[in-house]
Design a binder for this molecule. Structure first.
Ligand code: G6Q
Length: 545
């Protein structure tokens, strides 16, 4: 079944939300707690190792009721069914969207074009398993019979960001293999990585769904040339593996069939870390841990698919985000993990969220008359507190923020962890409550400041508060909980796309970039320059001089 094509602004819930917004917009967030002692319990969801508190949001019972009604009116339930069943919901590319199938249970059946994709998924998983075990154990060796010590993932965008983020996040679980990433077509990136490598002990994985991406192919060719300075053409088979849907192109590159890992057109690049695109993850943390990552995501899939909207974590977080984006006029959202391990998490989600929902055409092919995709940014806490938190606390912009923290640290240093988490809790509390005039005054007076100085400083030291946050508190950062956390945001993306009536799973903006660069490359390489606007022409000429 195709996705419904309902303009959200035509629903009854939308107009009710607009009226409701006018009634509620001046209510300070902390006042919701003053009038409701049970708010924290009622506006939170406990699920497995997760505790999600969304009570520090500018919403009342009524707001939530209306937002849930909106989800109902845009037929979210039917859409979820289509998503999980392999319907062609990526209509502009004519594809199903089945990253959820990559973490399904063995006996499950999901059919695309008449065949059960789960069987193919499990065949490839077996291949990942045996390859990984052979490399990690040292059974698989390089051309001089030495064990592999280093692995290089050559890919970009969806074929890079997920593996980078997860291998960083799960560093604690890593084995002896050093993992490197080459993504940018900037030659300085690849040459810097090559400086650290020994050709005899390095394994290269070329990851490209299409196997036509300029950056990845250029880097793969450069690396192969470097490798051939030391080894022979026949040795390529031992040191290069590839992940792609385009197996014909891989053969041309000289990679043996045994080292080719297939993927499918129903896996979008930015949702592909669960497939063989995650081979570098499996190599870094071992196959069992990779399985755990998938299991965690599968748990969140089941939660999302089967839980009533009012207790459904991705649904609630998506609706809150719609509330701020479309009614409060918020433009950005910050994601702040309180663990250094997740330092690439926001960068990863920038692609997932902004590439998916950065669209202005409705599913009916008309320009939407409302805001869609939010701008995502963030860095880990506490570092971010010493950087941009000033703007969140006292700037003019509304920035709903997700705080992600863990009950236990991995190295187990209680002293550090308590300090970290004290900051974590203090920030959301301060963002909500702010600091009033009386409190500031008293603080300054107690510090012994003269009353004239107190009066002068007062306005600058006041915090309005009323800044919304979600708190996602998880027991421990493990492959499993990370899998669930990533899947949570994947499903949030889906829900928002459904509400905004856009296609979340194509990326024509990315395709445009690929096309444009090709044309200009010819201008840079040939003596003639083609037709361009005056500015571009000048710039190209300046570059060529
Ligand atoms: C992801 C995007 C994009 C893609 C890269 C790499 O959803 O489509 O980031 O992953 O352009 O594409 P290939 O894997 O085909 O090289």
């Amino acid at each position: 079944m195709a996705l419904p094509k309902i303009d959200p602004t035509t629903t009854k819930a939308w107009s009710n939300l607009a009226t409701h917004y006018e009634e509620i917009k001046n209510q300070h967030l902390k006042s919701f707690f003053e009038s409701d002692a049970q708010r924290a319990e009622r506006f939170s969801i406990a699920w497995e190792d997760f505790y999600v508190d969304y009570s520090k949001n500018n919403v009342s019972e009524e707001t939530l009721k209306l937002l849930l009604k909106l989800a109902e009116e845009v037929k979210l339930k039917d859409a979820i069914h289509s998503y999980f069943s392999g319907d062609i919901i990526n209509e502009t590319e004519g594809r199903a969207v089945l990253h959820t199938a990559l973490r399904s249970k063995k006996g499950d059946t999901i059919k695309v074009g008449g065949s059960n994709v789960i069987e193919e998924v499990y065949q490839v998983k077996e291949q990942i398993k045996s390859f990984t075990e052979a490399v990690v154990s040292g059974q698989k060796k390089g051309y001089t019979e030495k064990k592999f010590t280093d692995v290089v993932n050559i890919g970009i965008g969806g074929s890079d960001l997920g593996p980078v983020m997860v291998t960083e996040a799960l560093q604690f679980y890593k084995n002896h293999l050093n993992i490197h990433f080459v993504s940018n077509v900037d030659g300085d990136h690849v040459y810097e990585v090559l400086k650290k490598l020994d050709p005899e002990t390095t394994l290269f994985i070329v990851v490209s769904k299409s196997f036509t991406t300029q950056e990845t192919l250029s880097n793969a060719i450069t690396i192969k040339k470097w490798f051939l300075q030391y080894a022979t053409e026949g040795d390529v088979a031992k040191h290069f593996a590839a992940v792609s849907t385009n197996t014909a192109k891989i053969e041309e590159f000289g990679i043996t069939a045994e080292n080719v890992f297939p993927m499918w057109d129903w896996v979008g690049g930015r949702f592909s870390l669960w497939s063989a695109v995650g081979l570098s993850i499996a190599l870094a943390i071992g196959y069992e841990n990779f399985e755990q990552l998938l299991e965690g995501a599968n748990g969140m899939d089941i939660h999302f698919k089967e839980t009533a909207p009012g207790k459904n974590i991705p649904v609630i977080l998506a609706l809150l985000s719609v509330w701020y984006n479309n009614f409060h006029g918020a433009e950005t959202e910050a994601i702040i993990p309180y663990t250094q391990y997740l330092h690439r998490f926001s960068a990863y989600l920038q692609q997932g969220i902004m590439e998916s929902n950065g669209k202005s055409m409705s599913r009916a092919g008309q320009r939407v008359g409302y805001e869609t995709g939010t701008i995502i940014w963030g860095e880990p806490g506490t570092n971010s507190q010493h950087a941009f938190f000033q703007l969140i606390h006292q700037g003019t912009k509304l920035i709903p923020t997700d705080f992600i923290g863990f009950k236990e640290s991995l190295h187990g240093d209680k002293d550090h962890h308590n300090k970290l988490m004290a900051n974590f809790f203090a920030q959301t509390e301060a963002l909500m409550n702010g600091k009033g005039e009386e409190e500031v005054k008293m603080e300054l007076e107690t510090a012994g400041l003269a009353s004239e100085r107190v009066e002068k400083l007062l306005p600058f030291k006041i915090f309005e508060g009323n800044k919304p946050t979600n708190t996602i508190l998880i027991k421990k950062l493990t492959p499993k909980s990370l899998g669930a956390l990533i899947a949570l945001y994947e499903h949030k993306i889906f829900v928002q796309g459904i509400i905004w009536n856009i296609f979340s799973y194509d990326q024509w903006g990315v395709e445009l970039g690929k096309q444009l660069a090709k044309n200009i490359l010819a201008d840079l390489e040939n003596s003639e320059i083609g037709n361009h606007d005056g500015s571009t022409l000048n710039l190209i000429q300046f570059f060529k001089e």
